[in-house]
Write a protein that binds this ligand. Structure first.
Ligand code: NI
Length: 137
């Protein structure tokens, strides 16, 4: 059977401060610049999740994207949309909320929850120009 990848794109709004509490304010400012301003700022994130698998010969799908949509809504967007990523989300505790760290955390959140297909990629767009992709490993 041919193997294909299918992608669902979703959107959420969230606030964060890129800040590592193991470092002092000056070190944070030096590394993260304005991204570590004390009161935080927001982003309109775009999240693309890709799964890979054999195309079901009868149905013609790798995975029903309605199922992936539901999974993303329940496991990711319900927690992240309109949240402060530094304080509101249990599964982001102790994660410095950079785009790449968030992509890894979202991967870990989804891994093992997808039946019949393999999680292949999590790409998170923080701005129209900046994104990070995690493919496991
Ligand atoms: Ni930011």
């Amino acid at each position: 059977m041919p193997i294909a990848r299918v992608t669902r794109r979703v959107h959420f709004c969230a606030g964060h401060r890129v800040y590592n509490s193991d470092l002092d304010d000056e070190q944070n400012r030096s590394i993260y610049g304005a991204c570590s301003n004390p009161h935080g700022h927001g982003h309109n994130y775009e999240l693309e999740v890709t799964v890979e698998g054999e195309i079901d010969p009868q149905v013609g799908y790798v995975m029903d994207l309605r199922r992936l949509k539901g999974l993303l809504e329940d496991e990711v967007l319900a927690d992240l949309d309109h949240a402060n990523l530094n304080v509101d989300v249990e599964w982001l505790a102790d994660v410095v909320p950079t785009t790449e760290n968030l992509a890894v955390a979202i991967w870990n959140r989804l891994a093992g929850r997808i039946d019949g297909a393999r999680l292949a990629s999590v790409r998170l767009w923080e701005t129209e120009r900046n994104s990070a992709e995690y493919r496991g490993g």
